[in-house]
Design a protein around this ligand. Structure first.
Ligand SMILES: [Zn+2]
Length: 313
């Protein structure tokens, strides 16, 4: 079942990993919370007719794995949001002793305030037509891998170029990308500088690895993408490599925001080793399995499968 992975290691109220309490409906906090501000910002002007945008309008809100009270401050129990509990707690799960996890009790799951995505707007389409068009990062990587393999004499230089790009992307995103709720809170209560920083990071990493002067006319070939609201795939012809690179950056950054917890741990002065989620490493593992270790698409997909992950589109 999606979205029910426990906060392993969070003290006091975490359920054991294999607990069989799925018959008790979970309590979902912030599940129906309205989003008061939208964010839609392009990475760079249209190239080859394509636009790539960072947006909070993905519409599929994920479980928030971040312990809400890592600093163990006194706070009102999280169930106050949806259930009116007025108890005070300093548990890092943010749940009082009446609502923390015990066998036979419903599990309390925090839902992110927004679903951040990297959106593609193909030539001739408007943003309104493709609000949730966010190709899965594994699907983007797959297209890149096929591109490296399409011309034998180009294989090594292309792999070398991609290796440098994913390495730069990793070091930029890892630990520097706030979780989805934090990005949304910053947007609603302040200027949205955190989301703007993700956009500027994407632009810098793409420009550094695929500068416009050299790569503006390079394409990874034809591609297709199937939006979840359509029955058929949309054909995407001659997709510019800079468009794909921007999409991959945002896809991985969004995965980190929607499913990762590293930023939160580091912000609270904790060590990287304490983070519980693989997050950003999952797409990178897929890349190396496919590009360097000879795994088939099926083998690589099976190797990186994790609970609740978006399927390979
Ligand atoms: Zn409570």
């Amino acid at each position: 079942m999606e979205g029910t992975r426990p906060l392993e290691g969070a003290e006091g109220s975490e359920p054991p990993a294999e607990v069989g309490d799925d018959k008790i409906p979970s309590v979902r906090i912030f599940d129906k919370r309205p989003r008061s501000r939208d964010f839609d910002r392009e990475i760079f002007p249209s190239e080859g007719g394509y636009l790539v945008e960072f947006s909070n309008q993905g519409g599929k809100h994920h479980e928030n794995p971040n312990p809400p009270n890592l600093r163990k401050r006194r706070m009102t129990c999280l169930v106050s949001e949806d259930g009116g509990c007025e108890n005070v707690t300093d548990n890092q799960t943010g749940l009082c002793s009446d609502h923390n996890y015990k066998k036979g009790r419903p599990r309390v799951i925090l839902i992110h305030w927004a679903d951040w995505i990297g959106r593609i707007i193909p030539p001739g389409r408007r943003r309104e037509d493709c609000l949730t068009w966010a190709p899965a990062h594994l699907s983007i990587i797959e297209r890149f891998v096929v591109w490296t393999q399409s011309e034998e004499e180009q294989r090594q230089p292309r792999l070398k170029k991609l290796d440098g790009f994913v390495s730069d992307l990793m070091s930029t995103i890892k630990g520097n990308t706030p979780d989805s709720t934090t990005l949304q809170r910053d947007l609603e209560s302040s200027s949205g500088a955190m989301a703007a920083q993700v956009v500027s990071n994407a632009r810098e990493v793409v420009n550094r690895n695929f500068p416009s002067e050299e790569y503006a006319s390079v394409s990874v070939g034809d591609w297709s993408y199937k939006p979840r609201e359509l029955d058929e795939s949309v054909k995407l012809g001659s997709v510019p490599i800079r468009t794909m690179a921007a999409l991959l950056f945002l896809g991985v950054a969004s995965e980190e925001a929607n499913r990762g917890d590293l930023w939160t741990y580091l912000q609270c002065g904790r060590r990287q080793e304490e983070a519980k989620r693989a997050s950003v490493y999952m797409p990178m593992a897929y890349y190396y399995l496919r590009a360097h270790l000879g795994a088939t698409k099926n083998m690589a997909t099976q190797s990186v499968r994790q609970p609740g992950s978006r399927s390979l589109a």
